[in-house]
Design a protein around this ligand. Structure first.
Ligand code: URA
Length: 233
C-alpha cells in the first residue's frame, strides 16, 4: 500500500494532508524519514507520524450505549451524532447497524463490515431485538391479552402493506414491558403501540440477538465487541 493511502487509513488525515505531512518529513518508516508519498508500505514495516506508531485497523465492531438526544445519522444536524461519541480515526466509516430514534436509548452496534451489518439487519435473518418499553397508559387485563395476541399474529401499521412479523410482549408492570421484534421498520415499536391505542413514553434497546448492552457501559460510552460477540451473528 502507498504511504499516503496508509496514512489516510490509519489517521483522520485527508489524502492531500497526508501528502503534506510526508513532504514535511513528519513521517518515518522503520526509523528513517520518508518523503515519497508513493513509497510502498509492506507488512511488518513500522510507520510513525510525529513519533506516533500507526497501525492498520482490521474491521471494527463496536457497541455504543446511546443516550437520548443523540442522533443515529452521518449528517450533522440539530443533535449530537452517535459518531461524535466515538473517539477513533475515520469514525465516519463506521455504519450504524439498526438505527434508534433520537429519543430512544440503549444498544447501538457500529461496524465497517458491510456483510456483518447485513447479517444483523437483514429481515431474512430475523434477528430479535429486545426493547424495554414504558407506556403512557396501563396495559393489563383483557386489553393486555389482546395486545399480546395482536403482536404475536402481526399488526397492520399505518401506510404499510404487510403486517408486522410475530413479536413477543411481556409486561413487567402495568406500564413497563419487554418487547421482542425481528424487524426494524420506521418507528416500529412506537407505531405498534399506537396501533393498539397506547403511547410509548420511553424506549430502551437492551439486546440485539444474544448480545446484551454491556452493564459496565455508561450512556455515551462504547467498547469494541469481543470476537465471540462478533461471531454470534
Ligand atoms: N422502534 C421505535 O419506534 N423506535 C426506535 O428507536 C427503535 C424501534
Amino acid at each position: 500500500m502507498r504511504l499516503d493511502k496508509f496514512l489516510t487509513e490509519t489517521t483522520d488525515l485527508s489524502r492531500s494532508d497526508a501528502k503534506k505531512v510526508v513532504h514535511r518529513g513528519d513521517v518515518t518508516v522503520d526509523g528513517g524519514v520518508v518523503k515519497n508519498t508513493a513509497s510502498a508500505i509492506k507488512d511488518g514495516m513500522r510507520v510513525e507520524w510525529n513519533g506516533e506508531h500507526l497501525e492498520l485497523m482490521g474491521l471494527r465492531y463496536l457497541m455504543l450505549y446511546k443516550p437520548a438526544n443523540v442522533e443515529c445519522t452521518t449528517k450533522p444536524g440539530l443533535y449530537e451524532r452517535a459518531h461524535d461519541l466515538i473517539d477513533l480515526p475515520n469514525v465516519d466509516r463506521l455504519s450504524i447497524v439498526g438505527r434508534l430514534d433520537v429519543d430512544t436509548t440503549g444498544l447501538v452496534l457500529m461496524t465497517d463490515d458491510g456483510q456483518w451489518n447485513h447479517r444483523v439487519t437483514s429481515p431474512k435473518k430475523a434477528c430479535a431485538k429486545r426493547y424495554r418499553v414504558t407506556l403512557a397508559r396501563p396495559l393489563e387485563g383483557d386489553e393486555l391479552t389482546s395486545a399480546v395476541a395482536d403482536f404475536e399474529h402481526g399488526l397492520m401499521l399505518d401506510g404499510e402493506e404487510k403486517p408486522t412479523r410475530p413479536a413477543r410482549l411481556e409486561m413487567e408492570t402495568a406500564t413497563v414491558g419487554l418487547l421482542w421484534i425481528t424487524e426494524g421498520r420506521y418507528h416500529q415499536v412506537k407505531r405498534m403501540f399506537a396501533a393498539i391505542g397506547n403511547h410509548v413514553e420511553a424506549l430502551h434497546r437492551e439486546a440485539i440477538g444474544d448480545l446484551e448492552l454491556d452493564p459496565d457501559l455508561e450512556p455515551g460510552e462504547c467498547r469494541f465487541l469481543r470476537p465471540e460477540e462478533v461471531a454470534s451473528f
